[in-house]
Design a protein. Sequence first.
Length: 361
Amino acid sequence: MAGQSNYWSDHVADLAPYTPGEQPRVDGLLKLNTNEHPYAPSPRALEAIRAAAGDGLRLYPDYDSVALRQAVAALHGVDPAQVFPGNGSDEVLAHIFDGLFRKAGRPLLMPDISYSFYKTYCRLYRIECELIPLAEDFSVRASDYASHGGQPAGIVFANPNAPTGMEMTQADIELILRAHPGVPVVVDEAYVDFGARSAVPLMARYPNLVVVHTLSKSRALAGLRVGYALGSVELVEGLRRIKDSFNSYPLDRLAQAGAVAAIEDREHFEQGCRAVIQAREELSLSLAAMGFEVLPSRANFVFARHPGRDAAQLAAALREQRILVRHFKTPRIEQFLRISVGTPEDCERLCSVLAGILTAG
Ligand SMILES: *Cc1c(COP(=O)(O)O)cnc(C)c1O
């Protein structure tokens, strides 16, 4: 398609839209490419969505998502006024970039390798960003952020990081928060429920901390589009001003009802996370036994490279055998594959197909 058009606004030609992983339109493919949950969402959430799908849809939803904000607040032990929900955490992040990071002459700091949507938002909102390289072992080096001179507009990183899956320590996050009071520090915890430690308890001591969560991964509700940010009342008020200048009803009735029920079904949630964590540990061992270098993951995916095989070719060979994994043509990580953790059966199928590809030479 054309890179520009006379119909478009001035900045549209310069955008660099995010490319999501393939969502196949044919059946029978094993999808290990977009980190969806391998098991079904909470039956209580599905029931709540069915119950909400009635005459009430004639009416606008609660623009303030009061019940959802209360459920999230109870889950994390914060005040409902500290909860900012949105139509997927991608939308929440977009409002964060727009509402907290657009400050003239001050750069946004983020890792060179992280969730690639961050760079897309920088283009969209014309935010100058300064990429801080990950360390040699692909960890985020907190001291690089803490010792950064000047006043950044903000700092954003994912913990566990995407697509490495690696976790930062609480002490490292605190180092960054302490070094930059008055600067919003956004921790995207999309994968935190798979065994990492959440930064939420630090909110009581650091009013500059914003934590972002999603129901897409650990609550198996990617199709419902619900995410939220947690932060001080002052920060959240800024985000609400942005939201109400954009779309005051971002969460429909079905999404609000389903999200509340999913959050309240703790048992289903914990069981699902445990199953994924166990499958991840087994998958990591199997891949290592096949000669892969596997980064230590606290997410629902693993990031691995094979010393003797080109990652793009491996991904293509897997695709031929009806298995989708994610490959990024990004410098430093172009020899890695990101593989979502499926059921034990999914992981076995992946490993046996991979073993076949590797022995075929
Ligand atoms: C999946 C993901 C998101 C987006 O989640 P949605 O709530 O589905 O929009 C945000 N950040 C990271 C790091 C993710 O991996």
